[in-house]
Design a protein around this ligand. Structure first.
Ligand code: PMP
Length: 350
């Protein structure tokens, strides 16, 4: 299962009709140095190996086809979405193949690289202030308004469109079971919740004792909502793509066995460690997911030794060259001190 040698160059590769055929079937690799001593075998599913650089390529094509099937997207139509960037890139890639125009609303906290990539894909990007859903300037509210104002347009709504988690139930879950049938634990960050809840449902149908663990940044309301049923007050944080200030419909708390909290600093530092100690060039929510996995494994205790944990690494480090991989930016944010041990950092009550 684990290979130490590189894949021989003459391994047959598939040929696809267009770029969308190259989505999925991403590699799983074992993590070694960054999880040393945590007490379980930890594997990373490298979603940045998708052609648009993130797990959101998977739902980009799928959600467009869902809209086509429902008859709300027709030739010449306009695709509108509120996105942290990656879903927009996945949608724009599929729209390029299928010939649709796109408009995306993106909160201003998101990395400028994602915005540049969206514009390079031919999309119109409206940058909105990073404000809660109750504020009319919020990116999702803005997207809804843009779609309502233009006939022939569709608001994709990745947060509440259940086709999102359906994709992961039908595809990402079975893919993991094929690759790593001995999987015991799935760990993924919660954004829309589509990845964790769709994949998790497939894994639990395969083996009901598989545990499904969500990762949520300090400042997001999801951890508290999961634990207490009460939605607390959101606070700002720097990690992109995970955490939320409301509860998306794609999140099914009944399916989740635990939610672990992670801090900005430990997540950014782990992202850099993944590159320097594992050679894995991933984004900040990937670092956050590895911190969360380590914390949960340590908290779960000795019975996890020998168990197989799969952590989803959602996007590529290339999206964060001006942030996590820029020492000046890191220092200016106060994030560049001594690196903590795995799972250390801000104390957790988990
Ligand atoms: N990480 C990144 C970088 C993302 O863009 C997203 C999507 N918002 C996630 C994690 C979380 O995935 P999901 O929306 O499926 O919960």
């Amino acid at each position: 299962m684990t290979q130490t040698a590189a894949r021989p160059p003459n391994t047959p590769v598939e040929v696809h009709d267009n770029i969308l055929g190259a989505i999925g079937n991403t590699p799983i690799v074992r993590l070694n140095r960054v999880v040393e001593g945590v007490g379980a075998r930890v594997f990373a599913k490298l979603e940045f190996m998708n052609p648009g650089g993130s797990i959101k390529d998977r739902i980009g094509a799928w959600l467009l086809e869902d809209a086509e099937r429902r008859g709300v997207l027709r030739p010449g139509g306009l695709v509108v979405e509120g996105t942290g960037g990656n879903t927009g890139i996945g949608l724009a890639m599929a729209a390029a193949v299928k010939g649709y125009e796109c408009v995306f609303t993106v909160p201003d906290k998101m990395s400028e690289v994602k915005i540049k990539v969206l514009r390079s894909l031919g999309a119109r990007v409206v940058v909105t202030p990073t404000v809660p859903p109750s504020d009319p300037r919020n990116y999702c509210n803005e997207a809804r308004r843009i779609a309502a104002a233009r006939p022939g347009s569709v608001y994709i709504d990745q947060y509440n469109n259940l086709a999102n988690r359906e994709y992961h139930y039908r595809h990402t879950g079975p893919e993991i079971i094929r690759q790593l049938p001995q999987v015991d634990v799935l760990v993924a960050g919660l954004g829309t919740g589509g990845t964790l809840c769709g994949t998790g449902r497939a894994l639990k149908e395969y083996r009901p004792d598989i545990r499904v663990i969500g990762v949520d940044p300090y400042g997001s309301v999801l951890h508290e909502a999961y634990r207490t049923g009460v939605m607390g007050t959101p606070a700002p944080y720097l990690i992109e793509g995970i955490g939320k200030d409301c509860i998306p419909s794609n999140i099914d708390f009944g399916l989740i066995d635990d939610v672990v909290r992670v801090g900005d600093r430990e997540s950014f530092l782990m992202t850099r460690s993944l590159l320097r100690r594992e050679g894995i060039y991933a984004g900040v929510s990937s670092g956050a997911a590895v911190v969360g996995a380590s914390r949960w494994i340590r908290g779960a205790g000795a019975h996890l030794s020998g168990q197989t944990v799969v952590v989803i690494l959602p996007d590529s480090g290339s999206r964060y060259v001006t942030k996590a991989y820029d020492d000046e930016w890191m220092a200016a944010q106060g994030l560049l001190d001594e690196e903590p041990e795995v799972g250390e950092g801000r104390p957790s009550d988990d």
